[in-house]
Design a binder for this molecule. Sequence first.
Ligand code: HEC
Ligand SMILES: [Cu+2]
Length: 278
Amino acid sequence: MGRRASRAAVLAACAIGGVTAVAVAQQVLVTPGPNKLAYPAGYDKGVLYATLDRWDNKQYREFWTSADVVKAAKEGRPIPDGAVITLAAYAAKLDADGKPLKDANGRFIKDKLLAVNPMMKKQGAADDIPASIRNGDWIYQSFTPDGQVNDKANLTACYQCHLPFAKDDYLTNLAKLAGKFPSDAKVAAAGPNDVSITNWVFGPGAVKITAGQSVTWINGDDSPHQITVVGADGKPGQRSELMLKGQSARLQFDAAGNIAYVCGLHPSMKGTIEVAAK
Ligand code: HEC
Ligand SMILES: [Cu+2]
């Protein structure tokens, strides 16, 4: 992960965790260490249960795990103890203008491996993780492509970003693992105050409403999104529900003013709302 990626992670951590989480990020160093979560050698001999084109950072990502984990998710059982899920992040191949190239199916084409980021569920392994950010029995680690621990990775952000997904065993996409993910979702904006999210972009990026009205966002992406209003002080304010593909969320705005918002999970996604007085 480059410097930009880790800065984004810190930002997201702020957006997700609120003020207390920011304090935690600065004071507590979470170091599960390579001895607890070693490089998941041979991860790419397991099950590739999902791939993802990340339009926001021009990455192509693969998600790997073992057959028993997929089976448990499909049968609606808890993720088994010892489960390892690995995210392999690749740079997408770009054209001369820096735009991602697409294959015959319109998907990104993978270029260089950038990072191998596993998470492991193991009883006892997370006992030294601060309670404010603990994700049950899960621990996280980040490795460089050559299998070394990436000591520049912000592991605290892993915990903070996955924390809101507690009801899905801290997985951002349990539905994908269970094979229940909608392959297609209708996201055409229905009302004047609707914003569709397509390819990590808010459309339209700017909406105008009158005080007391609400805005509805509809997620058409394979990744979850969460609207997070940026307060006047730059700190995260009002937040929406998490939206998986095909899901929507609504926020009401009662005070006149100009509002800036980001996606709490992908802080490079930005939009604005102009709220006129009634
Ligand atoms: C900015 C928020 C954020 C941070 C920080 C973050 N993740 Fe995630 N993670 C996500 C999202 C969103 C997904 C869904 C796929 C995507 O968008 O790439 C995901 C997916 C994953 C998955 C696939 C399993 C699943 O369904 O959740 C693994 C494994 C994973 N992340 C590991 C890590 C590790 C290890 C770190 C820290 C080095 C980390 N993540 C940091 C948001 C985050
Ligand atoms: Cu997002």
